[in-house]
Design a protein around this ligand. Sequence first.
Ligand SMILES: [Zn+2]
Length: 357
Amino acid sequence: MMRKVCRERSCPHTRCHNFGKPDHGSIVRHGFIQTKQDRWRRYRCLVCGKTFSSNTGTPYHRLQTSRKVFDEVVHMSVEGVSKSSIARIKKISWNTVARWLERAAAAAERFNDLRLNKYVLKELQADEIRTFTQGKDRPTWIFASLEVWSRLWASTVVGRRSYANTKRLLNDVASRCTFTKPPLITTDGFKYYARVIRQIFGFGCVYGVVMKTRRKDRVVKVDRYRAIGSRWQLEEALDRSEDSSKLNTSFIERLNLTIRQGSAYLCRRSACHVRVTENLERHLDLLRCYYNFVRPHRALRFGPEMRTPAMQAGLVNRRLSFREIFTAVEVVRHFLVVGVVVVLRRGREEDRLRLAA
Ligand SMILES: [Zn+2]
């Protein structure tokens, strides 16, 4: 039999000497794996002798349907279609939909973590969305922050409206961004922002607050004031800004609306509220990945080209697809390693285990 060497693959078995290393000619083609819908190429590592397929270590692992259907399910979910509706439209069971989305979210979380790095921070807006888990008496808050110039959804935190969560949100931004000029930060009047921003950015930023007073769901009064930085620093920051001419939180409010539309959990007057906060967090990971890397942003149109926020921020040079995100080398490698660790530590989370097998 003629052995065809595959140079673009590396061994996914963590105990192998060649694990994850760029291939030196030790991976060969090894027939096919036949499923109901499709057949996948199978490979064999000549160092450890084990086999794997092109789906090993990706959310597509051991998928019985085509990858296209999987991608479509994920796409529907981030456009705000509920799991039950997806199950009915696609004629697959609810449990399968839930399992697929869980896997997809794990990959998206990893992808966000690795790729949302070293973006330039010019103007940041932060806000919270109120929702509830289990019962209406238990409010949960979704904190989100947006880099206004690139429209990048920089960070998000789900939980109580507390000091610790406010700090987590802004720490995440501070640890990933770079800036040369003092960034302009705008938030609503929530009490902890000022304290946290002072701790994290010190006097290296300009911070303004926009307080809206509502009566019967209508804004009746808007108060703006500067909390950190001098008057001329604020004027300079607003001059530099291509998007804002005065202190505002409109861009983050627009993002909040997008988040609501992209999640069946968060639609107003919806029957599908979240039972477990973790599910909401997972969905937001997926949605954030979609918003930043996949979906072109209307405000980022440059002639015939529509950019994604990640393109505008210089993190990638083109629009990505879910397929590219789920099969990204770094995501796959992480799944294989983490999968094994999880198995050793907890012996549960069957899915991750299966991903690592
Ligand atoms: Zn091997």
